[in-house]
Write a protein that binds this ligand. Structure first.
Ligand SMILES: *[C@@H]1O[C@H](CO)[C@@H](O)[C@H](O)[C@H]1NC(C)=O
Ligand SMILES: *[C@@H]1O[C@H](CO)[C@@H](O)[C@H](O)[C@H]1NC(C)=O
Ligand SMILES: *[C@@H]1O[C@H](CO)[C@@H](O)[C@H](O)[C@H]1NC(C)=O
Ligand SMILES: *[C@@H]1O[C@H](CO)[C@@H](O)[C@H](O)[C@H]1NC(C)=O
Length: 302
């Protein structure tokens, strides 16, 4: 009797502790492959095969209903190497952050398989090559951070037709060349940051009076277009177009925009700075180093 009771107790405890493993076995296998790919780094020391990835591992989060991995956030470390193919085998990922890791290789095409992704951040690495146009196939993408890498080539045409939501787009501090595809004019980005690249030509398609765009950062490129005819989104808050070859004049409509910050310096603008709105609240460095801009806060027009 006693032994029966004991063995019952033991088997109950055993099944209890076994059933407590929440981690999906496929996802766990994939994560362990990722760890191995990076050479079992100290950064991923909490990823152990005999513990529960949903409860015991850092850098990952599981969905509370399905226990599938929905978030992988590895931040700041030295994981030099390419983005492992195994990442493409986590189909329920909503958030993928591989940031400040010294990663090399390209931005892989297989990321477009991760249809649940809402947030993709690969910034501050050493990623090379061009931006895969297939990223525009991600139907739920809310933010794409590819800034501060060594990406080359031009912005994909496909970024003018994201399949679902319009992501906040951060592509700054790369080596992107070519023109901004005209198709981007179809998008109503909330944030677009293309600064510190080598992009040429027109950027006026990013603007438009009916867009809800709030932040546009284009500084330190080789953009060359007239500002005179640009109609700015009525809710634009931050605009930096400094260090380009932008010509024309500042349109009077800019006095009606609730700008919190503005920088048009180091361009080829001319004419009087329109009077009104926030335009005289910025100091001269917002406007200096242009061809012949004048009026407050610069010197009077002649
Ligand atoms: C990045 O990786 C390279 C090559 O493996 C290495 O020499 C360098 O020290 C790494 N940088 C950092 C900040 O860890
Ligand atoms: C980064 O990792 C690479 C490869 O493992 C190694 O060669 C390099 O020394 C590391 N750099 C630093 C700063 O730890
Ligand atoms: C902006 O929206 C208004 C009102 O819906 C419309 O009349 C106008 O044609 C639109 N302008 C542009 C440039 O799309
Ligand atoms: C505008 O940009 C220029 C060039 O980068 C910089 O020197 C200046 O301080 C900036 N001014 C403002 C108000 O941001």
């Amino acid at each position: 009797m006693k032994t029966l009771f004991l063995s019952l107790l033991i088997s109950t405890l055993l099944s209890l502790s076994l059933s407590k493993e929440l981690c999906n076995s496929h996802d766990k296998k994939v994560l362990l492959q990722i760890k191995k790919h990076f050479g079992d780094p100290y950064l991923l020391a909490s990823w152990k095969s005999d513990t529960d990835c949903c409860k015991d591992w850092y850098q990952v989060e599981c969905d509370s209903a399905t226990n599938r991995i929905t978030s992988l956030t590895i931040f700041a470390g030295n994981l030099s190497g390419q983005i492992p193919a195994a990442v493409g085998d986590l189909p329920y990922l909503q958030k993928l952050v591989l940031d400040h890791l010294n990663l090399t290789g390209t931005v892989p095409d297989f990321l477009s398989r991760l249809k649940s992704l809402t947030f993709l951040d690969l910034s501050f690495n050493g990623l090379l090559g061009s931006i895969p146009s297939s990223l525009a196939l991600l139907p739920n993408l809310g933010a794409l951070h590819l800034d501060r890498n060594k990406l080359t080539g031009s912005i994909p045409q496909s970024f003018g037709k994201f399949k679902g939501s319009v992501p906040d787009l951060y592509l700054s501090h790369n080596q992107l060349t070519g023109k901004i595809p005209a198709s981007l004019g179809n998008m109503d980005f909330s944030v677009i940051d293309l600064s510190r690249n080598m992009i040429v030509g027109d950027a006026s398609m990013l603007f438009g009076v009916n867009k809800t765009t709030q932040n546009v950062y284009l500084s330190r490129n080789m953009l060359e277009f007239s500002l005179s005819k640009v109609a700015f989104p009525s809710g634009l808050e931050n605009l930096d177009i400094s260090h380009n070859k932008i010509f024309g004049s500042i349109p009077p409509q800019m006095t009606q925009i609730p700008l919190q910050s503005l920088n048009v310096s180091y361009n080829r603008l001319c004419g009087q700075i329109p009077v009104g709105g926030r335009l005289q609240s910025f100091d001269f460095s917002t406007y200096f180093h242009n061809r012949c801009l004048c009026g407050a806060p610069l010197q009077n027009c002649k």
